[in-house]
Design a protein around this ligand. Structure first.
Ligand SMILES: [Mg+2]
Length: 166
C-alpha cells in the first residue's frame, strides 16, 4: 500500500486569490519568464511538515506548477524540495476534457495504490475524483480559494490520517 501522500495544490490553496490576513506576503514568481503575483504564507511549510511527520506521510505537489513549485514556492513557504505529479499543460476544453478531469487523471496514475489526502480548490476536481474507482483510501479537502489553506484543513487531514493508520 505504501505510506500515505499529502498532495498540495498551489493556486487557491497555498496562494489564495485575496490576502486573507497579515500572515501572507506578496511574491513575484516568474516560471518560464512569465511573472505571477502570489500571496504566500511562510507558516504553511511548518504546518504541512508537522502534519506529514506526525502521520508518517509524504508531501508532494499536485499542481500545474509541477517542478516550478520547488523553485518558486517551496523556499517562500518553508518547504523542502518535494516530489511532484507531472501534469502536462491543460490542452483546453476543445479536447473533450475538463481541467479537473485532466488533473485528476494525472494525479490518479501517479499515486498508484497509495492512500492520499489532497488539498485542492477546484470544484471540478472534487467531482471528477468522486467518479474514480479503484483508488486507495483518500480524502479530498476542499479549500476556499479566497481564503486558502487554514489550520482547520490541516486538522481535518491529520484526523483522517490518524484514523487511517489506526
Ligand atoms: Mg488550484
Amino acid at each position: 500500500m505504501g505510506s500515505p501522500l499529502v498532495l498540495l495544490d498551489v493556486d487557491g490553496v497555498l496562494n489564495p486569490f485575496e490576502r486573507p490576513h497579515r500572515g501572507y506576503r506578496r511574491h513575484r514568481c516568474s516560471p518560464n519568464g512569465v511573472t505571477y503575483k502570489l500571496w504566500l504564507n511562510s507558516r504553511h511549510g511548518r504546518m504541512l511538515l508537522d502534519l506529514a511527520q506526525s502521520a508518517g506521510a509524504e508531501l508532494a505537489w499536485a499542481s500545474f506548477w509541477c517542478d516550478h513549485a520547488n523553485t518558486w514556492i517551496a523556499p517562500k513557504v518553508g518547504l523542502p524540495q518535494l516530489p511532484f505529479v507531472p501534469i502536462p499543460s491543460f490542452p483546453g476544453l476543445g479536447e473533450g476534457t475538463t481541467l479537473g478531469a485532466w488533473k485528476v487523471r494525472h494525479v490518479v496514475s501517479w499515486v498508484e495504490r497509495r492512500p492520499f489526502v489532497w488539498f485542492e480548490d477546484e470544484p471540478d476536481v472534487v467531482e471528477c475524483l468522486a467518479n474514480e474507482s479503484g483508488l486507495a483510501d483518500h480524502l479530498l479537502v476542499s479549500v476556499d480559494p479566497q481564503i486558502g489553506l487554514t489550520e482547520e484543513h490541516i486538522e481535518r487531514a491529520g484526523q483522517w490520517l490518524a484514523e487511517l493508520s489506526a
